[in-house]
Write a protein that binds this ligand. Sequence first.
Ligand SMILES: [Zn+2]
Length: 535
Amino acid sequence: MDWLLVVLKHNLIFTALVSLGILLPDLCLGHLCKILTCTIPITTLLGVIPFAFILSLVRNRWFLGIVLGLIAFTQIIQVNHWAYFGAPIHSQDISKVFFELDEIAQTGSSLAHILWPVWLTLCASSTLILIGPLYIKRRKQLPYAWIIVVLALSVTPVLSYIKGPSFFYTKPTYSTIYNTVRAFSDWIVRSKYETKNFGYKPYNITHSNQKIKNVVLIMGESLSSRYMHLYGYKESNTPFLDSLKSNPNFSSAKGISSSVSTRTCLQTFFNIYHNPGFLELIRKKDANLFRLAKHQGYKTFVLSAQNEKLFHDTGTEFVDTFASEKDMHDALTTKGDEALLDKLSTLELSDKNFIVIHLRHIHTPFGGYAQHHPELAKPINQNNRASQTQQEYSNAIAYHDHWVKQCITTIQKVLPTDTIILFTSDHGQLLGERGLFGHNQMQPEVADVPVWTFTIKANPQVISPFKNQPISHYDLAKYIANLFGTTITNPNENHTFQYVHGSEMYTNYEFMPWKKVNGKPVFLKNQWVGEKTNP
Ligand SMILES: [Zn+2]
């Protein structure tokens, strides 16, 4: 046995270094600092150590470099996600990492004071993972060891293909590498899935006269109603909206968003999307709100303080004037979202107008909005991350309330009669509930959004949409179509259930079914499109 140890001494050092590198985030950030909820189950040790040993036998250094590089890279994504959101990354969110790098860098740098141990650990972990092959050259090597590595790496993708998506539910109490391997395997396999045809029938769409000439939809960002004083939050952060409560032209309701991510919310909202997996509707855009508005003779506008790529598949081909972040960059940088109102004042309006104002506040970092109106920001007590984030979020809502006041004043000037303003947010936000932060997670709190309307010298026959609370984005979008004079009948509608859709529509995604019970939403177990029969 001794001769074997001598022969394999360098392989064992290699194995120890790589294994320690892979498990370091769990040891430091899980066991020691408690930043992550992960543990190291024995099954992870039984997987990681033999795998690292087989790697130590691989001869081709290029192959070895690529495999170890991939392990380090995917773990960096996983650990950063977990530390920020409080949960492991979902396969549906992996593509977003590559598309939203600028947003991630901005949010990450604002949390550097919290995330520095994470980054320090990841530097150490990557060094350990990569140092093995570079400096341990005298290890025992076998010509075909790479085949075993390839076979081992294929196991989870193959299992995912056979067992289906529930195999990949994230497990926040398992190790980081366990969640990384499964999420990335699922991501690779699922991106090759063809979305199925579920036999949905086309909507029945009929047109008559419009109910109102000017429809202004304000699409907020990451705003949850439960942190607004208007909806009962303890801090007085919505004095202007509170003052509208007694105004007969104002009404408000609890809302349920159609998705947990910005892009998917915009796609589902503007296409009046309801049934999970009905992608045909988005491809054909039969019920697209911009299209319906154009059909009914409205001039259509989008003023967005965010990146235009978020409007992919929202029907921008039916928008007459589209201005996004890049068109208003300097003004948005200096004035924040008040720049949108300057732009609104300069629009060449028609007799009938459908205007969408898409906000950037209250996106993370929440504290950033104080620079535009420092007088609105209350001092922050630094106790713990959840409390501090909630205070910053509440301050951002105070900024929002101030913005709404300016916005209504501007619209009253620009469109003084026959106008309705409708407000909702794309999705809500988690602020430490069950240790979770951010959005993009399939949790009921992320679907919690406000909905309110304000009319300006409008026909009182414009019916309030709020008779049957809570109001979903789907209800609201159908109501907007109705204001244009368009009635939508969806033969696939289930009268009991509605859905909050996952963050990536073009795959067999996860969704949350819910129903209204005594004016409150009741969420059922999450499901996957195509996995089971829909409720
Ligand atoms: Zn958003």
